[in-house]
Design a protein around this ligand. Sequence first.
Ligand code: PMP
Length: 429
Amino acid sequence: AAQTTPRTSVRRGPGRQFADHPAVVAALEKQAAIQRLIDATGLPHPLFLSPEGHNGAVIRSGGNALVNYSSYNYLELAGHPRVIRAANEAAERYGTSASATRIVTGEIPLYGVLERRLADIYRAGAALVTSSGFLTNAAVIGFLLGEGDVAVCDSLAHASLVAGTQWAGCRRVTFRHNDPESLAALLRSCRHQFDRALVIIEGHYSMDGDLGRIAEIAAVARAFDCAVLVDEAHAIGVLGATGLGSGEHFDLPGDLVDIWAGSLSKALGSIGGFIAGDADLVRAIKYAAPGMALYTAGPSPANVAAVLAGLDVLADEPDRLARLWSNARLFTDALRARGMDLADSESTPIVPVIVPGEIRAGYAAAALLQRGYNAGAILSPVVPAGTERLRFFLTSEHTERQLLDTVEELGEILDIVHHIPDLTIGAPE
Ligand code: PMP
């Protein structure tokens, strides 16, 4: 197998200036090491799986049916007939693209309708939708902070939030994950050095499946004259009695958080991003922040219509949300009963099962896949070394049988995996 995976495969030629680039070399070596592991073990390749239909609780890939825990289609709205119909109708009416930046002739009426709904959901003055959740985080932070300012990030803040701090050119400091006391200590030591400060957290963390302690963290932020941004990517459509996110879940006042940011690509079954907050602040961002409504096209009409229809389904079929949460309870109870380590899981629909060691976690994911269950292995540096894990995203449509069978199969695999030495996938010798 080693001969089929050369050390680097960037051809010498016009792109040669990148052939020895450490980031390129490291990425290719890592990919080749994973391939060698797959070749040596004969296990199925777990990356870049391509489902044949919509990505939900069960997928078909390469001719095999898999119970799937790697889509964040929590309520399966992305395959819901009403949502698909709404997307089709919007494409018929407005075409497949806005075909312009919003400020220059690209303002589709559906944007305003969705923005009003998102503003109401977050008890905010206004909202703004965009074509990417990642870009929204990067662009908003990039716009609001600059030299002399500081981004005060939870240590598990998503890559898009960190990208925003790099875009901003501000200082970035981190506090211990979800820990208001760590935040207070940090601000006490450094707040005076900076002009503006933005505390950046998430409503529902995608690695540990724990909920952001928004009220406590916001109280500390206020005491130190900091603004607060909460990323709701995995919270909207999942948290709260009717799925309206962290604000509903914790019954937070509208002015506690300065900026709610989020993604339309997860529970809401579409693609795109949004912010909600003070009307003047949102208007300023709309008119002046590159990457929001300027220098980039607005989201596709079909995708916005899909979100609007998805929000209707969320309201009209409350049973979906109830099933999602009863699945989360059933699955986490069964995993714990089998002795598995779920880290900081609060028994939400994002379930981490800690399998320390890259080889062990990678092997466990591949072995599980071979048995017909697809869960992602999350390795360092995405999570700290030693806390590698399998991460299960549940949906409302997983059945009790599927969940309990998964626990059984995983238990058998982990009994074997714990005997594998804790090697690290390194460079080939
Ligand atoms: N924030 C968080 C916490 C995320 O997990 C993600 C995507 N995985 C994003 C933002 C980006 O969202 P999108 O897929 O809409 O770009």
